[in-house]
Structures are given as C-alpha cells and as structure tokens.
Design a protein around this ligand. Structure first.
Ligand SMILES: CCCCCCCC(=O)SCCNC(=O)CCNC(=O)[C@H](O)C(C)(C)COP(=O)(O)OP(=O)(O)OC[C@H]1O[C@@H](n2cnc3c(N)ncnc32)[C@H](O)[C@@H]1OP(=O)(O)O
Length: 184
C-alpha cells in the first residue's frame, strides 16, 4: 500500500485486541443507518454492505458493482470504490464501540472493476494513538483470495455524540440504535 505519513501509525501505536464484551467472532454488524450510502438497506442505489467480523478484530463484506456505480462504461467509478473502502474501514473501527469519523482516506487503484464484479472487502486496524485510529483495507475481485483491485489506508478520528447532534440528526441515530451503533 502506498501511504502517507498521515495514515501510518507512529512507532509504539497500540494495536487493539478484540474488545471484552465486543462482537463475538462471526457476528454480523448490521447497518448503522438505513439510509447510509454504504450500508443502508433502504438506500436505492447504495453499496448495501453487510459487514461481519470473523474474529472480533477484522471486518469482511462484499460489494457487487451495479449499474448505478459506473464511471466509465461498464466499469466501477473510483469514488464509489473509495466509498466502499471508507465504509468497510468505518465498520472495522465500529468494533471499538466509540464514534469515529473519516479524517483522511488514501486509495490505490490496482485493477479495473467491471460492473457485475463482487469485491471481497476486508478491513483492520493497525494502531490507535489517542483519538486517532490508523486503519487499512483491501478489495479483492471475485473471491476472498482473488486479485487485489483496491487498497486503502485511513485515519479516523474519535468524536463524541455532540458531533452528530451539532452537525447532523442525532434523533435519527437514536431511532435506529443498535448495540454497536457508533459511526453515523
Ligand atoms: C460503521 C459506520 C461506517 C461509516 C463510514 C463512513 C464514515 C464517514 O464517512 S464520516 C463522514 C466524513 N468525515 C467527516 O465528515 C469528518 C469531518 N471532519 C471533522 O468533523 C473534523 O475535522 C474532525 C472531527 C475529523 C477533527 O476535528 P477536531 O475534533 O477538532 O480534532 P482536531 O484537533 O482537528 O484533530 C485531532 C487530531 O487528528 C488530526 N487530524 C484531524 N484531521 C486530520 C486529517 N484529515 N489528516 C491528518 N490528521 C488529521 C489532527 O492533526 C489532530 O492530531 P493531534 O492530536 O496529533 O494534534
């Protein structure tokens, strides 16, 4: 992964282990908001990611590229692929049960992704320092061990619920509360 210093964990950054009381291995994480472009089940043209954690520390999901996700004819739009990486990374930091938002997202595009392709996404945390979480993800074509089409590195910043109350619609979050709801 080509990455900047901003998404590289500093020496000594603690790599978190699965949280006591966090999701059990195999848990499906569910949508954090039904109208989210990334995971919302009610979004008509969204990515519809349904993430699960195989081990309490990493997250996996699949994204099938549809007609609504094109950039060039019959090929996925790069921004849509970045959104998929952002979402699966957001789901992985969701394991820590604190609210985080994307501060910085860096993406490497290695292969074109045709419409109809299922991308197998995986995301994990490389370390946390204070409010800053250093995260990484990959998207593989066709199978969990298929060729890597997209890689991403991200810096997510921990916020409190006032962030969403001040800038968004905290009542809508409360209305859809889940056990691990943290990252609208
Ligand atoms: C399961 C759910 C999945 C959801 C996945 C999708 C998640 C999203 O899309 S979130 C939406 C997109 N992101 C946003 O809207 C965030 C917009 N930005 C903000 O609100 C603010 O800039 C915010 C909250 C990130 C930081 O502001 P603030 O709380 O004032 O903190 P601030 O003091 O500026 O920064 C904290 C630290 O992070 C660093 N930092 C903040 N932003 C960045 C950045 N872009 N690049 C590098 N470092 C950064 C700062 O340098 C600082 O570091 P240090 O502590 O070492 O000095």
């Amino acid at each position: 992964m080509t990455r900047s210093s901003l998404t590289t964990p500093p020496a000594g950054a603690a790599v978190p282990s699965p949280e006591a009381g966090g999701p059990e291995p195999g848990t499906t994480l569910g949508s954090h908001y039904s109208r989210c472009f990334g995971c919302g089940t009610e979004h008509p043209t969204g990515l519809h990611l349904a993430a699960r954690t195989p081990d309490g520390a990493t997250v996996e999901a699949e994204f099938t590229v549809g007609e609504a996700h094109q950039g060039a004819p019959r090929l996925a739009h790069g921004g849509v692929l970045a959104a998929a990486m952002d979402e699966v990374i957001g789901m992985s930091v969701y394991l820590f049960r604190k609210p985080y938002v994307t501060g910085r997202l860096e993406t490497d595009y290695l292969l074109p992704v045709p419409v109809g392709t299922t991308l197998h996404l995986r995301a994990w945390c490389n370390g946390i320092v204070g409010r800053k979480a250093y995260l990484e993800a990959e998207g593989r074509i066709g199978a969990p061990d298929g060729p890597v089409a997209v890689r991403a590195a991200a810096l997510f910043i921990e916020v409190d619920m006032a962030h969403f109350a001040e800038h968004g619609d905290v009542a809508a979050i409360a209305a859809e509360h889940h056990d691990y709801e943290v990252n609208p």
